[in-house]
Design a protein around this ligand. Structure first.
Ligand code: NAP
Length: 288
């Protein structure tokens, strides 16, 4: 008797995924390298496999969520595991690069299984809710076969296309965006603190700007896609000058200037390269 799905990896995210699948009524087999982590799930009705090979053998669909692709490979290449994979679908939800996805696709297909590569853009607390976004790429017919299972863990599970690198590319690009978002937020919060304002007000200010920021992302994407940088409402030079002001403000307020100094340098480089009269996003031209 096959279970519906096996979950390998019961860290913060893997446990959330397995918990959502159990909660949605699927028959779930779990396995984790450190055994203790399965207890909370077996208490709720999941079955703990005694080793990774048994976990793979238990279900037609195997979902892996461990630290990275090297950990996934270590599991699949352990004695007895790869041989169990033929005829099954492996869904990889660990974070990796597009190249990681290409290489694991080759390994898994070589073992006679179908492969889907996924990327989670959600916190564990969002898993199992409509807000959880998981992108999955690979053969569409394979995705459609497991779509219902994926929708149990992520209400916003989305097909990212037949190229196996699609989900990892989405994740990498979005993480790059978020890196700026996190560091920019922290620096802005230090400005609020240094000037004696409550950081909660800053959070609310940014939340209110959400629609404007969303529109700016669409605008920047259009400018880059259409190579149409020469009709700015505000120039790259002006933004660079304003960011220089942030470096000065950091010195005035006695706060760290790592982030504004980095951002100012990126804009200065673009101005020096001759793009000062173009759109802000023309900084991309110095990133090739
Ligand atoms: P975590 O809590 O640190 O769990 C890591 C998991 O990987 C554990 O189950 C660990 O097993 C397992 N593992 C690591 N190396 C292994 C190996 N060589 N062999 C077998 N198992 C191994 O991490 P997490 O937060 O669950 O993250 C898992 C993946 O989800 C990562 O790729 C992460 O980027 C992605 N993700 C996480 C979040 C998040 O908010 N947490 C959000 C989006 C994406 P042990 O228990 O035995 O150590």
């Amino acid at each position: 008797m096959h279970n519906d799905i096996t979950v390998i990896g019961l860290g913060e995210m893997g446990s959330a995924l397995a918990g959502a699948l159990v909660g949605a009524g699927h028959r779930v087999t779990v396995w984790n390298r450190s055994r203790g982590k399965a207890a909370a799930l077996t208490d709720r009705g999941a079955t703990a496999a005694h080793d990774a090979a048994a976990a793979v053998a238990a279900s037609p669909v195997v979902l892996v969520c461990v630290s990275d692709y090297a950990a996934t490979r270590a599991i699949l290449e352990a004695p007895g595991v790869g041989g169990q994979l033929a005829g099954r679908v492996l869904v990889q939800l660990s974070t990796g690069t597009p190249q990681d996805a290409r290489e694991l696709d080759e390994l898994v297909r070589g073992l006679g299984a179908e492969y889907l590569d996924g990327a989670i853009l959600a916190w564990p607390r969002q898993i199992g809710t409509p807000d959880a976004y998981v992108a999955v790429s690979g053969p569409e017919a394979t995705f459609r076969r497991v779509e219902k299972l994926l929708l149990s863990v992520a209400g916003a599970a989305t097909y990212a296309g037949p190229r196996v690198t699609g989900a990892a590319a989405q994740f990498a690009a979005t993480l790059a965006y978020l890196a700026g978002h996190w560091i920019g937020f922290a620096h802005g919060a230090r400005i609020y603190q240094a000037e004696g304002f409550g950081v909660e007000q800053f959070g609310r200010l940014l939340a209110g700007l959400g629609p404007i920021l969303a529109a700016d992302n669409v605008h920047m994407a259009t400018v880059v896609a259409e190579n149409r940088f020469t009709d700015p409402e505000s120039t790259l030079r002006t933004a660079g000058h304003d960011i220089q002001g942030l470096v000065r403000q950091a010195a005035e307020a006695g706060i760290d200037d790592t982030f504004p100094a980095f951002a100012a340098a990126v804009f200065e480089r673009a101005v020096a390269a001759g793009y000062g009269d173009e759109e802000h996003v023309a900084v991309i031209k110095t990133m090739r």
